[in-house]
Write a protein that binds this ligand. Sequence first.
Ligand code: CDP
Length: 221
Amino acid sequence: MGKKRKRIIIAIDGPAGAGKSSVASEVARELGYSHLDTGSMYRGATYFLLKNNIPMGNENDVLTELKKMKMDMADNKILINNEDITSFLRTKEVERHVSWVSSLPGVRKILVQKQREIAREGGFVLDGRDIGTQVCPDAELKIFLSASPEIRVKRRYLQLKGNVELDFIRKDLKRRDEYDKNRKAGPLKPAEDAIFLDTSHLTRKQVVEKIVRWAWEVIEN
Ligand code: CDP
């Protein structure tokens, strides 16, 4: 009997619209791993605060409210206090406030801890902004995905099936990228040992194939 294959952690970070979530989900499927989209956790928390009319601006109010939130992830769905809120994650309201909510150290502490617990056993692909630097600094494979700003805008437009105007998307991605890069807690930045992958001129399939190949090199060594 051969020895049991190790199940690694793959961290995929990068700016908005670089294709992290769809790539991460396909890589996970190819390897028989699970996928954790950490952005949807920050979006879910933001939705919960908006729904309960918590004013955005006061960290203490936000943290008090979040203590009442039970978040569960199942089959790429997010349940908050047992209600499936997945379809609300990409609304403009959430889009507008998510970067502020996720810049709060108290919010990051709660969600990062949850992410670490979920991925504890290995066999996970996580995507986000700070996976390689904060959530899983020991991940065996770290990728920093990027693409030119115009390409990222176009991809997001197609993903939203034309329901949101190009101009809103362009401004929103730029604003969130700036905010995410410049915040103190868990900023968007490549880990020192991350592989940098510019996907501007690659298809999703090509990106997935590259990452899966790198993953096998790590798994088999
Ligand atoms: O899909 P897109 O890249 O547009 O966004 P996302 O991955 O769903 O993340 C939404 C927002 O959550 C980002 O703009 C970040 O402000 C925040 N986020 C974060 O702070 N840390 C993470 N690990 C993931 C997302």
